[in-house]
Design a protein around this ligand. Structure first.
Ligand SMILES: [Zn+2]
Length: 155
């Protein structure tokens, strides 16, 4: 079966990361890790085009309302949290925040990737709904899941 994967350099080592790897790290499959994976995939496509990114080139800026599952995905792929490349800001937003800013540090280009409103859960879903939602995310093309916005300034 075809498994979607992300290629990334950890210094000189090229690694391929699939959803299954993140699932193992996280201790299960859930919408959050899938959304984190798909958002990172889209960020790489937009900020690196056909280049393979370096882990240390990522800067990720999120609010405190982004769920831990998404953060686990970002961490597993980029090591942003453990290497100090994850900035978490306070927010007045209500409910779960599904928007993430990705910065490519070597070019200073930044984009905001936000899960479309129509599919964003505002609170934790019950188990049955969660599995269904996970399947939908997993089978969807990242372009259909998110809005992407160029950020000229990072506030
Ligand atoms: Zn989770």
């Amino acid at each position: 079966m075809y498994e979607e994967s992300i290629s990334i350099y950890n210094r000189n080592n090229l690694i391929n990361i699939g959803i299954r790897d993140i699932e193992k790290y996280h201790g299960g499959l859930c919408p959050g890790i899938l959304i984190g994976f798909k958002a990172t995939e889209l960020a790489i496509e937009r900020l690196w085009n056909s280049e393979v990114p370096q882990r240390d080139e990522f800067l990720i800026i999120i609010s405190e309302k982004v769920c831990e599952c998404v953060i686990d995905s970002f961490e597993f792929i980029t090591r942003a949290r453990s290497r100090g490349n994850l900035i978490i800001k306070p927010t007045n937003k209500r409910g779960i925040d599904w928007s993430f800013i990705f910065v490519r540090r070597s070019t200073d280009r930044a984009i905001e990737i936000r899960l479309k409103d129509a599919i964003s859960p505002r609170k934790r879903l019950p188990k049955s709904k969660r599995d269904e939602f996970s399947r939908m995310i997993k089978n969807s093309d990242a372009h259909k899941l998110f809005y992407v916005k160029e950020k000229d300034e990072i506030d």
